[in-house]
Design a protein around this ligand. Structure first.
Ligand SMILES: Cc1cc2nc3c(=O)[nH]c(=O)nc-3n(C[C@H](O)[C@H](O)[C@H](O)COP(=O)(O)O)c2cc1C
Length: 305
């Protein structure tokens, strides 16, 4: 038997496998393929205060070893989520993490204030959003904005606040340190990498939004490097995400320093990916003589020079 329970700060998870935001909806459609109580938790589709229609189609494009998406935060808004989706999520017997997006500090703060009064387990801040009050610069690419946003949000809620960072920055370590200074309870690495797909015949971008976010196996080495780098720099729990397709990938993220992992694109290919990957992790651990998945965390043996 392999112990699978892990801690992410104050939050206890029955296992380290979480469904990544935007690839699992609110769990409803995925429940027909697997028993969701087997998951560590579900990160909701990214929510905004008001409903959003999202970007013009096409919104997804296949690429080598991955995909681009430009969904553009289509979502029903916080009110509809709280009324129609949260009760369902809460009944599934796994942790409920709400992914929050905003276009101003006020929007993030209001959402966190309202979520504080609900039975969610943690709030995951999607920091890959432009701040319309600050010249539309991505919040997550400005250390000053990351720190200030998290500090303000933390005053609105006692729920654990996870900072989900964008990899589209010069120094991920600086962004992680800013999140730590702001008071984040955990850091989630990584969101998608900005990319472009072109149809050579029409000479047009394939996505209706021109650019989109790259995910899937293509980004795994970038995500692993960022988790390993940040784990040397901050004291917070890390959650690794990016291109995890099987149990071996997942264990590599634990070794790099993650306490838990999220599965995104893999669920779009194989709806049972999350539960399959958990089974693969425990089978690999057992074969390795590892009795507790948490034993893998942060055991990367870097080469010395
Ligand atoms: C179709 C799609 C929609 C996504 N929507 C969100 C979202 O709403 N909020 C968010 O923080 N991340 C979103 N993501 C990013 C994923 O949660 C994840 O960070 C990223 O895809 C990397 O993991 P993966 O390679 O396992 O997919 C989305 C990804 C995809 C593919």
């Amino acid at each position: 038997m392999v112990t699978t329970a892990v801690q992410v700060g104050s939050l206890s998870l029955k296992n380290p496998v979480l469904a990544a935001s935007g690839t699992f909806g609110f769990g409803r459609e995925m429940a027909q393929y697997q028993d969701l109580s087997r998951l560590g938790g579900i990160c909701s589709k990214g929510l905004t205060l008001r409903p959003r229609a999202g970007n013009p189609p096409p919104r997804v494009a296949e690429t080598s070893c991955g995909m681009l998406n430009s969904v553009g935060l289509q979502n029903p808004g916080l009110d509809v989520f709280l009324r129609d989706e949260l009760p369902f999520m809460r009944q599934q017997g796994c942790a409920v993490i709400v992914n929050v997006a905003g276009h101003s500090t006020d929007e993030y703060c209001e959402m966190c204030r309202r979520l504080d009064q609900t039975p969610v387990d943690a709030i995951e801040l999607n920091l890959s959003c432009p701040n319309v009050r600050e010249g539309c610069m991505l919040i997550g690419s400005d250390a000053r904005q990351i720190e200030s946003l998290i500090r303000q949000v933390k005053q609105e809620t006692r729920k654990p606040v996870w900072a989900k960072l964008t990899p589209n920055v010069t120094s991920i370590g600086d962004m992680a340190l800013a999140a730590q200074r702001g008071g984040a309870d955990a850091i989630v690495l990584i969101n998608t990498l900005l990319g472009l797909a072109i149809d050579y015949r029409t000479r047009r971008p394939i996505l209706g939004n021109n650019t989109g976010g790259l995910s899937g196996p293509a980004i795994k080495p970038v995500a692993l490097r960022m988790v390993a780098e940040v784990s040397q720099m901050v004291d917070l729990p890390l959650i690794g995400v990016g291109g995890i397709m099987n149990g071996q990938d997942a264990i590599e993220f634990l070794i790099a320093g993650a306490s838990a992992i999220e599965i995104g694109t893999a669920s779009l290919i194989r709806p049972t990916a999350c539960t399959d990957i958990l089974e693969e992790m425990t089978a690999l651990a057992q074969a390795d003589g590892v009795t507790d998945l948490a034993e893998y965390r942060g055991t990367l043996r870097l080469w010395g020079y």
